[in-house]
Design a binder for this molecule. Structure first.
Ligand code: UDP
Ligand code: MG
Length: 193
């Protein structure tokens, strides 16, 4: 398997780029945010619980998302690999993911970290609010999501950095240009594997 984490603040383009990456490298897209929104839409107990947190821009607890990811991995062990989008968001989640994958004789090869200025993030998320009507894309919640990213989630980059797996990529400009930069980083990783 070849597994990647796509990382970055809310609005940095993780979902958009994941769609292009899965086509190019034949990977499975595993977005914990999408799974949680699916649970919310179906009003499952997990969805109802998650809704309260997501609407405030807070994180869903580690044990819940880790269990979700574990199940998704085990249902798809026949895949060529995964792209993890929106997960891990804490160092505890990153450690758990490493353990899960190690137990299944695989690993995260690289973490692609999309770097975008805060003003641009807010602009993109407000635009998405108009297009998709996501409840958590309003200014107050956006501000808190960015705060949670800066306070907690950004440390996950150091976690991967310690093992030489963190690849920062400029996430500003054209979608196609950003995708080229990402492919450059992934291909370099593949060549050295
Ligand atoms: N979320 C979470 N853990 C996850 C994924 C999502 O707690 O593993 C929650 C969190 O409240 C976050 C929201 O779901 O603000 C939306 O996450 P998503 O990754 O879809 O948003 P993005 O960061 O891509 O805008
Ligand atoms: Mg997303």
């Amino acid at each position: 398997m070849f597994n990647i984490v796509i990382f970055g603040p809310p609005g940095s383009g993780k979902g958009t780029q994941s769609k292009l990456i899965i086509e190019e490298y034949d990977l499975m897209h595993l977005s914990t945010g999408d799974i949680l929104r699916g649970e919310m839409a179906r009003k499952t107990p997990l969805g109802l619980e998650a809704k309260k947190l997501i609407e405030k821009g807070e994180l869903v607890p580690d044990d819940i998302v880790i269990e979700m990811v574990k199940n998704k991995i085990d249902e798809n062990l026949d895949q060529k690999g995964f792209i993890f989008d929106g997960f891990p968001r804490t160092c505890e989640q990153a450690e758990a993911l490493d353990r899960l994958l190690e137990e299944r004789n695989t690993t995260i090869s690289v973490m692609i970290s999309l770097e975008v200025e805060e003003d641009e993030l807010v602009k993109r998320l407000l635009k998405r609010a108009e297009e998709e009507g996501r409840q958590d894309d309003n200014l107050d919640v956006i501000k808190n999501r960015i705060k949670v990213y800066n306070d907690v989630t950004c440390k996950v980059a150091d976690y991967y950095g310690k093992t030489g797996r963190h690849r920062p990529v400029d996430g500003s400009g054209d979608i196609e240009k950003i995708f080229d930069r990402i492919c450059g980083a992934i291909n370099q990783e593949k060549a050295s594997a």
